[in-house]
Design a protein around this ligand. Structure first.
Ligand code: 4AD
Ligand code: MG
Length: 464
């Protein structure tokens, strides 16, 4: 018999039909005469209830049906008598594909997220992680659809690279050299000429620089790929391996860029509300009771836009009025998450886009303002998350860009290909990067970024 996915089955009303479902047992309860099995196959947060009359099955089979076991069930679709479900299956045949012992790590309900992280290979079978992973998939679909519908081309940038886009030096090195037998020159420097690529290479921290090459040829592109940062940040918002979406658009200035960011992120959140209702209801009930309210709020309200300098003034005024922060606030400081969240959650009570940051705390490629102090950067700050997007208008002047590269002592010879965009038909352009997992954090209401990616990579942790 053909298998029906449980999500499809629960929508059916052709009672009396013979059906087949396959999945994993969530719970079994029952009496001497009848067993009720809640079966889940990952297609939906909802289980289907299997009703098994004890007399129809041998004792051995029924004994093997424990939490976590995998079953194939054939039976008749019937209208449910119980509350909470519309249909159930009156079982006629049950095959146990895989038994599941009492040492199954997801046996008990209400385990901590920390415990589940240690068993991340099995946590996907829980309700919470099922919901998060289905939403994650839906967000990826929304992102591709948004850009496709708006004339952007999906552009793949390299994962192995010889340039440090953000200039922060937090890169994972890629080498095939024998680390036990490293050849060094007279100065004690490692000779990379005989390494795989003939030079030092690393995993990318951003596809932006190559993305700019795409945008200044195709008009508008976006990347969506894995990104790596060897920053030793043990926070609920940082991963060493995360996914980033980076649109880049020719002829956009900073205002067009902000409009794009706001429209794009609202589209994604609306997509979740329209397409992930069951999973969001579950998360709203179990994880965060204000989740749905927050999602609706974001799609329905304009983001506040102000400069970094205005943001600092607000924070300084708050401190004067007695508000305490862990980190100091002064013009020129890099805002901490607590400052960003103050602006969003307490002061404005809505998403904020901060622009025109001091050039010292931003990357070399950002367009310099006439004041000589600030650059046309934009960070989108979200409730609960802090920075969800970072971007800018790009410096299109060859002279200004090379001068900044010199000031920052970035090796110019490695940048020749990037600088060629400014030598050959340069143009105003802008773009930004959205951290995919930060978006998933926001949309699911989960508290820790390690719980919105199947297999998190963080300092001292690369299990599974
Ligand atoms: O602000 P960032 O560093 O900007 C860039 O990489 C630019 N090249 C983007 C661009 O203009 N094309 O990173 C962009 C976003 C951040 O706002 C944050 O959401 C996310 O990437 N992000 C991280 N997410 C998880 N773990 C980390 N360690 C992250 N670092 C940045
Ligand atoms: Mg940033």
């Amino acid at each position: 018999m053909i298998r029906t996915r449980i999500s499809d089955l629960l929508a059916r009303t052709d009672f009396g039909a013979e059906v087949c479902v396959k999945g994993w047992v969530r719970t079994k309860r029952g009496s001497k005469s009848v067993n009720f099995i809640a079966l889940n196959d990952g297609s939906t947060i909802k289980n289907v209830q299997i009703v098994a009359d004890v007399e129809k099955f041998d004792e051995e089979t029924l004994k093997q049906i424990t939490t976590g076991a995998c079953l194939c069930v054939e039976g008749t679709l019937v209208e449910s008598q119980g509350a909470g479900q519309s249909v159930e299956i009156q079982a006629t045949a049950i095959t146990v594909y895989g038994t599941c012992g009492a040492d199954y790590p997801m046996q008990k309900k209400g385990q901590t997220f920390e415990y589940m992280r240690q068993h991340a290979h099995m946590r996907l079978r829980t309700n919470t992680f099922g919901a998060v992973m289905r939403i994650r998939h839906n967000m990826a679909m929304a992102i591709h659809r948004y850009f496709h519908e708006h004339g952007f081309y999906y552009f793949n940038t390299p994962i192995i690279t010889a340039s440090d886009c953000e200039g922060a030096g937090q890169m994972f090195q890629v080498t095939t050299k024998n680390l036990y037998d490293l050849k060094k020159d007279e100065e004690g420097k490692i000779d990379y000429s005989d390494d795989f690529f003939g030079k030092t290479t690393s995993l990318t921290v951003s596809g932006q620089l190559e993305g700019e090459l795409g945008a200044t040829a195709l008009g508008a592109i976006y990347t969506f790929g894995p990104t790596f940062r060897a920053e030793n940040s043990n926070t609920p918002r940082h991963l060493a391996e995360f996914w980033m979406i980076e649109p880049e658009v020719a002829f956009y200035d900073i205002n067009d860029n902000m409009d794009l960011a706001e429209d794009f992120i609202k589209y994604c959140v609306r997509w979740a509300l329209d397409n992930c209702a069951d999973d969001l209801d579950f998360l709203n009930k179990m994880i965060d009771k204000t989740l749905l309210e927050r999602l609706h709020f974001v799609v329905e309200h304009d983001f506040v836009r102000l400069t970094y300098t205005e943001g600092i003034e607000i924070l300084e005024a708050a401190i004067k009025n007695g508000r305490k922060f862990e980190f100091p606030v002064y013009w020129g400081c890099d805002l901490a998450s607590e400052h960003e969240r103050y602006l969003v959650e307490e002061h404005f009570k809505r998403p904020v886009i901060l622009t025109d940051y001091p050039k010292e705390i931003k990357a070399f490629y950002m367009k310099q303002n006439a004041d000589g102090k600030t650059v046309r950067a934009m960070d989108v700050l979200f409730p609960q998350i802090g920075e969800i997007i970072g971007g800018s208008e790009r410096e299109e002047s060859y002279e200004k860009l090379t001068q900044r590269i010199e000031e920052l002592h970035i090796p110019m010879k490695d940048m020749w290909w990037y600088l060629d965009t400014r030598r050959f038909g340069t143009c105003p352009h802008s773009g930004f990067g959205l951290g995919f997992e930060r978006l998933i954090l926001f949309v699911t209401g989960m508290q820790n970024i390690r719980d919105v990616i199947p297999f998190p990579r963080t300092p001292k942790s690369a299990e599974f």
